[in-house]
Ligand binder design. Structure first.
Ligand SMILES: [Zn+2]
Ligand SMILES: [Zn+2]
Length: 373
């Protein structure tokens, strides 16, 4: 919740329906919650004071559309500003409204989990965004993740990595919160455990950070390598080769180790080998389940639509690679006793569950909800 700035105060309470004296322009893809916090701070108000400037119809309930309408009017924005902005940043997902093909669905209305906005773009107060892209502000070349503000303009690899995040990965429905980046981060980190911390120390020095700095997360230190690996893993041909039962499991483990070591110039450590075995086993089991998933509880012969079964199996086994498989290139023998998928609406929103799970588990305090409901 926005607090009053020290030494500043709202002169008089604004009457309901009044426009605020200080106006701000929302960032691209800024959340209404983040913008409300910034707007209140800029006007030296608390959230209750800002809420008092809403009309009775706007404050009758704090349900999202009404709050947005009140915010838009108070800030002098055009009506439906936030709705239009949200449409521009819808996630690429697979859903039943488009026959289980990938696209941006206005009915499902899924956007990425909020993450910290750049502190140079919004210097007045912390804010949150759900725009496309990753953890770097391309305008200021600053690392903005987790509320940090670290310069990366002297490291071109970070700009290239961000281009991958807002390009290839975005169009494949991959964000920092959908699971693939977490997988790549774990793999890259495990491939660099044998170099006595040399790579870590080098990157810390490049970024001007101390060893114990809480900002020095694996995502920051190895961002270029992680994005490089994530792009490779989400390629349809690569993901399919890593999942299909036409290849042996040993060969697939070797492929995953080789891809990881190649992406980060690391080594095939025992830790990486263990992770690769676990991931390949999990992905193969998920594919086998997808190939055998019945269409309904009573179905004996009829199978669920393959893309729907893939999404459901990826969710059940926590195997994000399965979301990128080309169903024509893969094969798995049938198994019995596979549970039928949930309803189409539920399966279409599986990625939202993954986003929420990530949202609940992360430490990004500035990306937590700013406005209490
Ligand atoms: Zn949809
Ligand atoms: Zn910026």
């Amino acid at each position: 919740m926005p607090r009053r700035r020290r030494g500043a105060s709202a002169d008089v309470a604004l009457p309901p329906g009044a426009a605020l004296p200080v106006r701000l322009t929302p960032l691209s893809g800024e959340t209404p919650e983040g913008f409300a916090g910034r707007l209140a701070t800029a006007n030296a108000m608390t959230w209750p004071e800002l809420k008092a400037s809403f009309t009775p119809a706007e404050v009758r309930t704090l349900r999202r559309p009404l709050m947005i309408r009140g915010l838009e009017r108070a800030a002098g924005l055009r009506p439906s500003h936030f709705q239009v902005a949200r449409r521009r940043h819808l996630l690429f997902t697979v859903c039943h409204h488009y026959g289980w093909s990938r696209g941006r669905c206005g009915t499902c209305d899924l956007v990425d989990s909020p993450r910290s906005g750049c502190r140079r773009c919004a210097p007045d107060a912390p804010t949150t965004i759900f725009t496309r892209g990753g953890a770097v502000c391309v305008r200021h070349r600053r690392w903005r993740h987790d509320g940090n503000d670290i310069g990366v303009s002297h490291l071109p690899a970070y700009a290239h990595a961000e281009a991958m995040a807002s390009g290839w990965l975005w169009f494949h429905g991959v964000t920092l919160h959908t699971g693939e980046i977490d997988l790549a981060t774990t793999l890259v980190t495990s491939a660099l455990t044998d170099d006595d911390g040399h790579r870590r120390q080098h990157r810390l020095a490049q970024l001007g950070l101390d060893d114990g700095d809480p900002a020095a997360t694996p995502l920051l230190l190895y961002y270029p390598e992680i994005m490089h690996l994530a792009c490779a893993l989400t390629d349809r041909a690569v993901a399919s080769a890593l999942c299909t039962h036409r290849e042996s499991q040993e060969r697939q483990v070797e492929m995953l180790i080789g891809l990881t070591a190649g992406a980060c110039d690391g080594a095939p450590t025992s830790e990486l080998a263990g992770l690769a075995v676990d991931q390949i086993e999990r992905t193969r089991a998920a594919l086998q389940e997808a190939f055998s998933m019945p269409s309904s509880k009573r179905a004996r012969v009829r199978r669920a639509p393959r893309p729907k079964a893939m999404i459901e199996a990826a969710y059940r086994h926590d195997a994000p690679l399965l979301r990128h498989v080309d169903e024509v290139r893969v094969h798995a023998p049938a198994v019995t006793d596979v549970k039928h998928p949930s309803g189409s609406r539920t399966v279409s929103r599986r990625i939202q569950v993954a986003l929420n799970r990530q949202d609940a588990g992360r430490s990004d305090s500035s990306a937590s909800r700013i406005i209490p409901r």
